[in-house]
Ligand binder design. Sequence first.
Ligand SMILES: Cc1cc2nc3c(=O)[nH]c(=O)nc-3n(C[C@H](O)[C@H](O)[C@H](O)COP(=O)(O)OP(=O)(O)OC[C@H]3O[C@@H](n4cnc5c(N)ncnc54)[C@H](O)[C@@H]3O)c2cc1C
Ligand code: SF4
Ligand code: SF4
Length: 431
Amino acid sequence: MSFEIKDIVEENMCIGCGLCVSESQSSSMVWNESGFLVPDTTKKFSEDAIKLCPFNPEPEADVFDEDKLANLYLPNSKNRDDRIGRYESTYIGYSNQFRKTSSSGGIATFIFEQLLEQKIVDHLFVVKEVAGTYKYQWFDNIKEIKNMSKTRYIPVTLERLFREIDGKEGKVAVSGVACFVKAIRLKQYYYPQYRDKIPFIVGIICGGFKSKFFTDYLTQKSGIEGDYKNQEYRIKDKDSLASDYSFGAYDKNNNFHQLKMRNVGDMWGTGLFKANACDFCDDVTTELADISLGDAWLPEYKKDGLGNSIIITRNTIANELIEKGKLANLLTIDVVSKEKIIQSQKGSFTHRQDSIFFRKKIAGVKLKKRIKFKKKIKLSYKLVQVSRRMVRRKSLAIWKLNKNASIFNKKMKYYLFILKVATKINHKIRK
Ligand SMILES: Cc1cc2nc3c(=O)[nH]c(=O)nc-3n(C[C@H](O)[C@H](O)[C@H](O)COP(=O)(O)OP(=O)(O)OC[C@H]3O[C@@H](n4cnc5c(N)ncnc54)[C@H](O)[C@@H]3O)c2cc1C
Ligand code: SF4
Ligand code: SF4
């Protein structure tokens, strides 16, 4: 069977990267009823559009999976690891200048600043505030580089990248989560002129994409009724743990409302408001980027409320940027073992890689995944997986119907309880 973009969207496997839209004269990304961006499939796409889709069930042999793509884009990396992919070096630390105003260690902002300053690229295509919300934007103002810092957990799309890139003089660097980076690599494979045009991709390590409902829920919980703007997802508390951050947003009268994330419980491990496609993604550390950045969720770093980044350099350019930054005292970083990096994302590896084949089976998903992750998992962990999938699905369905945080909490209680019990049993058996 031949798949089309319409099939990806109808089977709920679209993550909203927007790459297929560059293969259509008239389609654009639109909000669906579950709070995600998807392509308008009433419009026509070229036959090749599906080839750019990171969730294409029938990719060609040379670009079959992340390992094949890494052969093409990172052929000279010194090291390789089944879990984190190809790499040069692994570090943990922060940017002395940008950490305070960034989500974790401010390394993404540092790298983008260096890319512009050293004229490795002329433009950035990054997620940035626009009219009170966040979208991918063109950006090249090095003096205002802090304007593009911070993580935004709201659906964004690369839709404009390949529609506008030919009009940009010079080279471009992009930030992206793993599936977005994969989509860019696929585009570069089929349109080789974009390999030189985009010489550097900053990979944002990603544990899952949240629906817009996630932000709607948090703003209500923070006390805002109705419209909101300029939401902040990671307000740090330097006197507490790195994981003890707050959410905040402005209401329509410009009053800022804030909410400690610990007061809403575990929003990440439970799968609340998460995209379905994320359950079929095994790339934990954004393996196809030139550098991958995430949070150092490790006991020895968690104590530092300002945050630290894990850093995986995957080629020599990335490695030099980091090493020179360290030498020039712009970065405070330590070389760490790959095991430390893996430990910092332990939950994500266990969920995403170890149990992906089980999820594929229970969901009847045709997508082929890397066979190296095919594992037998315990019955107790299977129950966790089934419950998590249920929580994910129910959270979107319940919010869609009610759009009210109190009703949502009441209706989700039962499903979250089941997940909690399954998780407890699994932890007991694991010991
Ligand atoms: C959806 C999502 C899920 C994540 N899940 C995890 C996780 O499970 N584990 C983990 O360790 N880290 C995760 N992160 C990454 C983490 O939140 C930080 O973004 C990362 O550590 C970089 O921090 P920094 O201080 O170096 O970035 P900063 O210096 O603050 O810069 C942030 C950069 O990220 C870009 N950006 C912001 N939002 C997005 C977006 N939605 N998509 C693409 N680029 C964006 C900005 O353009 C900017 O360049 C996630 C990020 C996102 C967007
Ligand atoms: S994942 Fe990307 S390429 Fe695939 S259908 Fe969705 S927007 Fe299009
Ligand atoms: S978990 Fe995977 S599929 Fe989901 S947004 Fe992150 S990189 Fe994309």
